[in-house]
Structure formats: C-alpha cells, structure tokens
Design a protein around this ligand. Structure first.
Ligand SMILES: Cc1cc2nc3c(=O)[nH]c(=O)nc-3n(C[C@H](O)[C@H](O)[C@H](O)COP(=O)(O)O)c2cc1C
Length: 363
C-alpha cells in the first residue's frame, strides 16, 4: 500500500469509506430551515453535547447562525426520499410530501423518524469552510426496531446485521432487510395512498407462489371508501378499529370454498379433481383455508416487496364479516390487513423469535 499526500481529491475519496448516519437538522424561521447532514456526532456525555457541521455557503446557514434551538432527526432506512428532499437546492423542503409540525422552542419536527433530539445551541466554532455547531440535547424521542439510514460510498444504504450464514442466501442484504430483517408489522400509517396498480404489481409478483393442486383459493377485497369501511369496523376487535379506520387501504382476505370450479383450468391434467372436491365439502373447506393461509404469507411478503407495510389482524368476528361481505357463503374471511406506508410510532418493540433449535430437528 502506497501512502500519498492528502489533496482534495484523495480526501474526498477517503471519506467515501466512512459510513455515516444520515440526519436532517431543522431550525426555526419563516420559512423554517432544514438540511441533510452526515456530520452529526455525540461529543460529551456530561453535560450531553452533540455536534454537526454546516457549510457557511449553505442556504440553511443564515437560519442556523441565529437559531437558539435546532432539532436533529436520525432517519430510518425507509426515509431516503426525505434525505434527498433535504439535500435538494431550490425547493420548499417542508412542502408535502414532507410531514412535520412545530415542536418545542418552535423547531420543526419531522414525522416518522427513527429518533429526534431538540437541542439548545451552545456554541458555533468556525472550522475551515464549515462551522461546527455544538448543541445540548434537551428533549428526545426514539422508536425501537427500525434500522438507521446510512450514507456510504456516495449512496444511501442500510445495515445488514450479519446473517448466520452470509453466503448461503441468494437474496442480497437489502432484499433481506426489506422482506424480513427490518420489515415490521405496522400499527399506524401515513396518508399516502396505495394505488390499485401497486396491488396489481404485488399480485403479479406472488401469483406464481405454490399452492396444493395449484388451487389458489385466496380472494382479496379492497376496502377503500368510507362507506365500505363503516361496514367493516363494527366487526373488528376494539383494539383493531382505530388503526383500520386510519389506514389508506384495508384488505379482507378470504378463502374461496368453491376454488375447485377453477381446477379444470388451473390443474388441467387431473380433470376429475373438480368432481372429487365437488362431492366433499369438508375436504374443500380444509384445502381452501390451508392454501389461502399459505397465500396470505406470500401476500404479506409481497406487500413488503412493494415497499409498503402490512398490519395483519385476526382479531375480528368472521361470521359478521362473512354475513356483511360474503352473504352467499362461498367465501370465508381469514384475515384483515391494513396496508400503507408506516406512520409515526408504527410499531411496538420487536418481540422475541424462537431459536433455530426450538424450531428445527433432524429426524
Ligand atoms: C395472522 C395474524 C394475525 C394478527 N392479528 C393481529 C390483531 O388482531 N391485532 C394486532 O394488533 N396485531 C395482529 N397481528 C400482528 C402480530 O402481533 C405481529 O405481526 C407480530 O407480533 C410480529 O410483529 P413484527 O412484525 O413487528 O415483529 C397479527 C399478525 C398475524 C400474522
């Protein structure tokens, strides 16, 4: 390895090796100021002090130069869009889709971040073409269970906790995080709509996943309108109502107990199965429930693959939903699922999972 004198180009190249937490710093003002910063760091524990750096030519500098208080937001790995918005010149960074409110001491507080600190500015120290701002955290809030957004090698990335066998999975780290590692069950949602096209794309992705006899008994009802939702809410468990009322899209997932009508088309090499199932209602119902449940698993993963969060709920009165939506008795409700972009405080703490040895035994 050759050592070289550090010029501007080498300095910038070297910094590409540093992985940084992506933050957005906001300051009060009319209009308020805010910018994406990877320079945030803790400085002192007693008293608590943090710092971030800002270029003197930055459009945010005039506001930060006079601010008594600022907020530092640590972004979640889902907030690349927010990071880009607050790094884009010449736009209103606080306009929709940015969601924010005025917080303590008048600082703008952004919605849905992993954590934020409202800080009092205690010092500004000039350092080259930047100013190091030292600030004392006064108030803080954080959410567990999500991963931070990072900046590395000139692009946004996120942590991939070392898997048990890193080389044994074909799916890349980002895909693992999106589908399982960082994916969570959402209990709150933003107002961002979920388009029919997104549901079509999810269906297209998961429709090739396997079911017995290729039976594909899952049926999906999209509940969008206020009227359709009012029919649904009374049948939900009390703790599931408010979040379902506020979700941008709700799915009623049901098993088609007459799935066998499609068997001549989807399982043509065993045409007699249609009549076998036609004569055996109990077998049909069992197959419908089992295979629709399998497809529900695929669907939840598909929702995550579309960058959305699912909130599945079995806490409802199936007889009530069936009478309301499926009065002819052919479809049987299995699950209600809220779908959307996760909102503020979307999830509870991650619950423990069973270990490999609890689950897998060799016969
Ligand atoms: C089939 C099923 C039924 C569920 N029913 C409910 C429910 O009625 N109400 C609720 O708040 N959460 C419900 N959940 C959410 C689970 O508690 C949650 O997915 C689980 O704790 C894992 O959370 P995590 O993905 O955030 O780690 C249900 C989940 C599934 C898959």
């Amino acid at each position: 390895m050759t050592t070289l004198p550090v010029d501007g180009d080498l300095f910038r190249t070297l910094l590409r090796h540093q992985a940084s937490t992506v933050t957005v710093v906001t300051a009060p003002g009319t209009p308020p100021a805010g910018f994406t910063a990877t320079s945030f760091t803790s400085v002192s524990l007693a008293p608590p002090l943090v710092s971030f750096c800002l270029g003197r030519t930055s459009s945010s500098w005039p506001a930060v130069a006079v601010a008594d208080h600022v907020a530092v937001h640590l972004l979640s790995h889902r907030q690349q869009g927010l990071a880009r918005t607050f790094a884009t010149s010449g736009i209103d960074r606080f306009a929709a889709p940015t969601r924010w409110r005025t917080g303590p001491h008048g600082v703008p507080v952004l919605d849905g971040t992993l954590a934020f600190l409202v800080c009092q500015v205690v010092n500004r120290v000039g350092a080259g073409d930047h100013v190091v701002v030292l600030a004392e955290p006064l108030l803080a809030r954080h959410a567990d269970g999500d991963y931070p957004l990072l900046y590395h090698r000139g692009g946004y990335t996120c942590l991939t906790p070392a898997p048990a066998a890193p080389d044994l999975l074909a799916l890349d780290g980002a895909g693992q995080q999106l589908l399982f590692g960082a994916a969570r069950t959402a209990n709150t949602f933003t107002d961002d709509p979920v388009a029919d096209e997104q549901i079509q794309a999810i269906h297209h992705l998961i429709r090739n996943a396997p079911t017995a006899f290729n039976s594909q008994p899952l049926r999906v009802v999209l509940v969008r309108s206020a009227q359709a939702r009012q029919r649904l809410l009374p049948h939900l468990g009390r703790r599931n109502r408010a979040k379902t009322a506020a979700a941008p899209l709700v799915l009623i997932l049901a098993a088609d107990t007459a799935f066998h009508e499609h068997l001549p088309r989807v399982y043509p090499h065993r045409p007699e199965l249609r009549d076998v199932f036609d004569a055996d209602l109990a077998a049909r119902q069992a197959q419908a429930r089992f295979n629709a449940a399998l497809q529900i698993g695929y669907l939840i993963v598909g929702i995550r693959a579309a960058g959305l969060a699912a909130g599945p709920m079995a806490g409802f009165d199936p007889a009530g939903i069936d009478a309301e939506y499926f009065p002819d008795g052919r479809l049987r409700s299995l699950l209600v699922v809220n779908v959307g972009q996760p909102g503020p405080d979307a999830w509870a703490e991650r619950l423990p999972r069973l270990h490999y040895d609890d689950v897998v035994h060799t016969a």
